[in-house]
Design a protein around this ligand. Sequence first.
Ligand code: DHB
Ligand code: FE
Length: 281
Amino acid sequence: MARIVAGLATSHVPAIGIAMDQGKTGEPYWKPLFDGYDPARKWLAKLDPDLIVLVYNDHGSAFSLEVIPTFAIGVAEKFLPADEGWGPRPVPVVNGDPKFAWHLAESLILDEFDMTIVNDMTVDHGLTVPLSIVCGQPEKWPCPVIPLSVNVVQYPPPTGKRCFDLGRAIRKAVKRYDDDLRVLILGTGGMSHQLHGERAGLINSEFDKSFLDDLSRQPQRLVDLPHIEYVREAGAEGIELVMWLVMRGALDDDVTEIYQHYHVPASNTATGLLILENLTE
Ligand code: DHB
Ligand code: FE
């Protein structure tokens, strides 16, 4: 039987990927951020999962304003890094796992989550930057990755509760899979940031820090948080944080908090990283 052993959530700021690709991680601006990623990389190497379900949002790369799936799952053999305007990132191709992905799609849809099934797509910084953050710069990513995208780009995004419930359904689907896989679920996006308009540059560390704490210990408070509260407190793009709730919903009620890292600034955002493990391996 497959099982989810742990969850990790992290920001996906494109400039973090660029800093790595251009060898700038030791510069004074970036060093404190990247120093904080070392324990996460060591933890992941030790965990050595068989598969990652990576919950992220596409930023108009694979999808556009012409087609906006609320929830989509990539079932392809592989996903190439997207060209976001300055050429594709020099990172490995993302290998999927069609057998597992189709199982996940079937289980979720029969569980009444109407996933869009994607046979062919590229993956942008929303997916590749988190992999770079937790894996560094390997020749190949350490295991297959199932891309699961959530619309947080065009109003209306799904509610936090819907995202948490999707996590619950992912947990059920993983348990129903016969192969003996240890699965890591990754949630991405956030933390507080606003990229445009009068409040561009908004950062709210108090909100972010209580989000990190509550996600471990009392996720129910966040499940019930309305969209307007994210936008008011964490900025328009802070809504990306609903994707962290998919990760949390896929874990048990009680978890062990392994690691937390929070740093301001990285580009226009406050960055966070949180690692949670299920108590029963
Ligand atoms: C930035 C952050 C994001 O989450 C994103 O998707 C794009 C840009 C930024 O801070 O620059
Ligand atoms: Fe983003």
